[in-house]
Design a protein around this ligand. Structure first.
Ligand code: RIB
Length: 310
């Protein structure tokens, strides 16, 4: 039983700014850090930091040295990664403002060069006991979902970053769909959180939905279980980058470990509350020991929970 993340990897070039650039403006930044990131890599590291067995699959391109090192240090298996040094690896330009909010410009690089042949070779090594994880930062997502479905491999997909093409993906074949409220509304329509969730569950009745709601917490719906979980109390937000990835990686690892969903969501919520108190992406993701310590200490407050079981 393992998580196989056919996922993205980026070098994040992170510029600290007091506020985001305006159109046409030139502005000095307050500092630059190059960090390991990418939604895929962050999610792999989050899941691995819970102790789960995680295989990351995809391509290393030129400039990937830091990404390789960070994955190795987190204990993520890289046996199925391929080197394509003639292609630059994915990267981002990220502005982080004084409130810790970010805006991200993405360059796909090797993340968007996957081939059907490579995907088939990865999937041939997976079993129906595994969980395949995808984000919308790689190419051939519809092909991957269909090919996994044919092999009986359950798939979890994070629809971020959302684009028009996502609507045409075979989402009904996913085991889990993870979206924020903007992505959820873009896919299924709706204004309020309630409408968005109702529309998603009606559109994809066989798919478990995890709707992430930023400072309003998260909403989980899977058949007979419906759980709304509030946010932790974070004294000072340093950088929100990778908060959603931490939440997702922790949640999915919990599901694979057959944790009660409410417990998995609770642990994931505290994990992402720790992530936003440190700068960077992968580097800011806590270990499970750090998360358990903060839960035991109660320093980030109790979470509001509505748990409806049939
Ligand atoms: O979710 C955060 C991530 O999104 C960053 O690490 C960046 O690489 C982008 O993929």
């Amino acid at each position: 039983m393992k998580i196989v993340n056919l996922g993205s990897l980026n070098v994040d070039h992170v510029y600290r700014v007091d506020r985001f650039l305006l159109p046409g403006e030139t502005k000095a930044s307050k500092g630059l850090n190059d960090n390991a990131g990418g939604k895929g890599l962050n999610q792999s590291i989050a899941a691995a930091r819970t102790g789960s067995e995680v295989y990351h699959a995809g391509y290393f391109g030129s400039g990937s040295e830091m990404l390789r090192r960070v994955l190795a240090e987190a204990g993520v298996h890289m046996d199925w990664m391929e080197d394509h040094m003639d292609i630059p690896c994915g990267h981002t330009v990220i502005q982080v403002d004084d409130q810790g909010q970010n805006c991200i410009l993405l360059f796909g690089g090797t993340n968007t060069c996957l081939t059907e042949d490579y995907i088939d070779r990865v999937l041939d090594q997976c079993t129906p006991d595994d969980m395949l994880l995808l984000q919308n930062e790689t190419n051939l997502i519809p092909y991957i979902i269909e090919a996994a479905a044919r092999r009986g491999i359950p798939v979890a997909m994070n629809a971020a970053p959302m684009d028009e093409g996502v609507k045409d993906y075979p989402i009904g074949k996913l085991r889990w769909l993870i979206v924020n409220e903007i992505e959820g509304a873009g896919l299924a329509g709706g204004g309020s959180f309630e409408e968005i969730m109702a529309n998603l569950t009606a559109a994809y009745p066989q798919t478990g939905i995890l709707l992430t709601l930023g400072s309003d917490g998260a909403w989980f719906h899977d058949g007979e279980r419906d759980i709304r979980m509030g946010c932790a109390k974070v004294p000072h937000v340093v950088d929100t980058t990778a908060a959603g990835d931490t939440f997702l990686g922790y949640f999915l690892a919990g599901m694979l470990d057959k944790m009660d969903p409410a417990q998995a969501l609770r642990r994931a919520t505290y994990a992402s509350a720790l992530t936003i108190q440190s700068p960077g992406a992968a580097d800011s993701i806590p270990t499970v020991a750090q998360v358990e310590a903060v839960m035991a200490a109660g320093t980030l407050g109790e979470l509001a929970v509505q748990d409806n079981q049939a």
